[in-house]
Ligand binder design. Structure first.
Ligand SMILES: Cc1ncc(COP(=O)(O)O)c(C=O)c1O
Length: 366
């Protein structure tokens, strides 16, 4: 039999993509991935130590993780009329949502605002559904007129709005978001990955909007290594999502460890409150640099525009000092010359500030 050529074998959209790149970060101060910089609360660490040994890993985990679903619904006050489904990180839930879409309709596909979380576009490409991006306004607010126009042109089946938005950190006006939910011809996912750092909360609105889905993750509060995301929404949609969910997608360790963590959720709230306080302090300190413009954020990171030097130079100089941030230059025109800095511990933030001070002082002298 004639073998396929590589081009025949691999979907062109996949062949043209780059794999998601995660830079090496060993021994670095890691301020690039919106993780919680603190150690696991001691009470959780102790409980984990005593209970993880009891897990029987010779057996598959609970297939639908029903006990954990019930606990999540309770801890996060999900209304009884909504149903919750879990994913191996919220990335997996985004993928599951895209797998649901009927590709036989004219147009359709996914609409997201830009700049926003890159996986909305990447996963659309991987799954093979049309993707439509609509630029935010220059102040990172929603351009509702443009979104409505694009929705009328393309009739997206799925709209993603991250609130707070990554990488801009702002919370979109609720009036604008509701306008989009009301006008959308299909589902609207409000992605609340950063809900721990803001008052904004769309969960109570679920009963009012049958096309609204609210997605969260435990990655940003201190459990990124466990990979657990969840989505709440109408029973009819969650019912379909279970059909595209891979069997046993939440492993046994994650089910147990998250359950233990949620028993001590207060300890995580204490940490996220510390992060919010540090965010304010870091915002104030960074704002004193005349070379930087810092944007207000309701997430656990700050977007910073570098005024004179290229952001890529600052990124590299920080890296040379052992500090890893995210350079977003070239990602989107609105992100020209920007860096995204995750809020670290006060010690890490001070190291960042000292490094920036050095970099700018040396540049001025040069
Ligand atoms: C807006 C947003 N949604 C979802 C995710 C994915 O989170 P995870 O897959 O870790 O649950 C991220 C991660 O950075 C994000 O910024």
């Amino acid at each position: 039999m004639n073998p396929y050529t590589f081009a025949e074998l691999i979907a062109p959209a996949i062949h043209q993509m780059n794999a998601y790149h995660v830079p090496p970060a060993q021994n670095m101060i890691k301020l690039d991935a919106m993780e919680n910089p603190y150690l696991l609360p001691e009470v959780v660490a102790h409980a984990l130590q005593s209970q993880l040994n009891n897990i029987n890993i010779a057996r598959y985990p609970a297939a639908d993780a029903a006990v954990l679903v019930e606990k999540i619904s309770r801890v996060f006050n999900v209304s009884e009329s909504s149903r919750v489904i879990l994913g191996n990180g919220s990335d997996e839930i985004i993928q599951m949502l895209m797998l649901l879409l009927n590709k036989a309709v004219d147009g359709g596909g996914v609409l997201a605002v830009e700049p926003s979380f890159v996986m909305y576009r990447l996963l659309s490409m991987m799954v093979g559904v049309p993707y439509h991006g609509v630029s935010l306004n220059a102040d990172f607010s929603l351009n509702v007129a443009d979104v409505l126009q694009k929705m009328a042109e393309t009739r997206p089946q799925l709209v993603f709005l991250a609130v707070p938005n990554n990488p801009t950190g702002n919370v979109f006006s609720q009036q604008d978001v509701l306008h989009i939910i009301e006008a959308a011809p299909g589902l609207v996912v409000v992605d609340e990955a950063y809900s721990a750092f803001t008052e904004s909360n769309y969960l109570p609105l679920l009963p009012r909007y049958p096309n609204l889905l609210v997605m969260r993750t435990l990655s940003k509060i201190g459990l990124a290594g466990l990979r657990l995301g969840w989505l709440a929404g109408a029973d009819a949609i969650v019912h379909e999502l279970h059909k595209v969910r891979l069997p046993y997608n939440i492993n046994a360790y994650t089910q147990t460890a998250v359950s233990i963590a949620l028993d001590h959720f207060d300890a995580f709230i204490t940490q996220t409150q510390q992060i919010c306080a540090s965010r304010k302090a870091l915002f104030d300190e960074l704002s004193t640099f005349s070379q930087l413009k810092v944007y207000e954020s309701e997430a656990n990171f700050l977007l910073v525009k570098v005024k004179e030097l290229p952001a890529s130079v600052i990124f590299q100089l920080l890296k040379d000092c052992g500090i890893l941030v995210k350079c977003l230059h070239l990602v989107h025109p609105l992100l020209e010359n920007t860096l995204r800095i995750t809020v670290g511990t006060p010690k890490e933030n001070n190291a960042l500030l000292a490094a920036l001070q050095n970099i700018f002082t040396l540049r001025e002298k040069a």
